[in-house]
Design a protein. Structure first.
Length: 323
């Protein structure tokens, strides 16, 4: 059985000050033919919050909780943090791991559901970082999928119940579960939609919710390219509901796409439509979720390879170039 020296938390990354915003977005969009005006429009989302995304801070909080649990219960290994698109960048983190003598690490991605952008692209970024670091770069092994694990479902159901408590017991409340929209071509090459539907049904059952729907948010890309629908804003307009909980099941933490697309845009539309909207929290640092991450790490270190990603899963979709 291989010996593991460390844990690696891998995330998307985000700017931490206004001057980071444009370089960060250029990293995100590198290699994609996205009009400059689209990049600048997205930049305004970050400037709306002072040019800082909360994602790095939230990941550091998760790492602190996880490290405390590992220190108390094992395995007694350090945790490293590396991002795809902003500091700490994966090549820098892997280089530091090599310097610290790390040979093999278990990786946890802050992305729950299988798709090219949510799984395979992370693995490709790790591979590219290993090539940059060169000889002695640590071997990285990902934990299994956990979209239907009680350690994720339970905390998400708790967040829905917490939001439901904002309404009277006799009031009818609709739950809109949201996830990041992706191109239909990408969804067709993975289990993204199927996994989301299963997770939503499990959370709804656990939380005692009968009136719910899976919808999508944060669509981007060329206008003529089909993406998963319905969008949360269109759903709010069409659903005819007066009390709505928006539960961002597709996101682990309350980062920019939750804060802007839901807490800002969707909230403003709900007010305009006369809808009372409450946004449920993400799993974040829920103790049961942190304990799940430890369980996933232990399983992988013990050689359990159930439900890990196959080398051929989540292939890159054929993308239509922007006009």
């Amino acid at each position: 059985m291989p010996t593991f020296d460390a844990v690696l938390i891998v995330s998307f990354g985000g700017p931490e000050k206004p001057e980071d915003v444009i370089p960060f977005l250029e990293n995100v969009l590198r290699g994609r033919n996205v009009p400059r005006e689209r990049l600048l429009a997205v930049a305004e989302h970050y400037y709306h919050f002072g040019g800082k995304s909360p994602i790095n801070e939230q990941n550091r909080a998760l790492i602190a909780e996880l490290q405390e649990l590992l220190d108390a219960e094992g395995p007694h290994v350090p945790i490293y943090f590396g991002n795809r698109n902003w500091h700490p960048l994966l090549p820098d983190t892997l280089r530091r791991m090599r310097e610290d003598g790390v040979k093999r690490a278990v990786a946890f991605f802050t992305s729950v559901f299988s798709s090219y952008s949510g799984c395979r692209q992370y693995r490709e970024n790790i591979g590219a970082a290993q090539e940059q670091v060169g000889e002695g770069a640590p071997e990285i092994m990902k934990v299994r999928r956990f979209y239907n694990d009680p350690g994720f479902i339970g905390p998400m159901a708790d967040r829905v119940r917490e939001a439901r408590a904002s309404f009277g017991e006799s009031e009818e409340v609709h739950v809109a579960f949201t996830a990041h929209s992706v191109p239909v071509s990408m969804a067709s090459t993975s289990e993204y939609v199927q996994q989301l539907k299963e997770s939503c049904a499990l959370v709804a059952a656990s939380a005692g919710v009968t009136d719910w729907k899976l919808v999508y948010q944060s669509r981007s890309g060329a206008p003529g390219q089909p993406w998963l629908e319905p969008d949360i804003l269109d759903h709010l307009r069409a659903a005819g509901k007066k009390n709505v909980i928006i539960a961002p099941i597709g996101f682990i933490s309350d980062h920019m796409e939750v804060l802007f697309d839901l807490d800002t845009e969707a909230s403003a539309l709900a007010t305009e439509l006369g809808i009372r909207m409450v946004r449920a929290g993400t799993v974040g640092t829920h103790p049961a979720f942190v304990r799940l991450i430890r369980q996933l790490i232990v399983e992988r270190m013990q050689g359990d390879e159930r439900d890990i990603c196959r080398p051929d899963c989540c292939p890159a979709p054929v993308m239509r170039r922007s006009a």
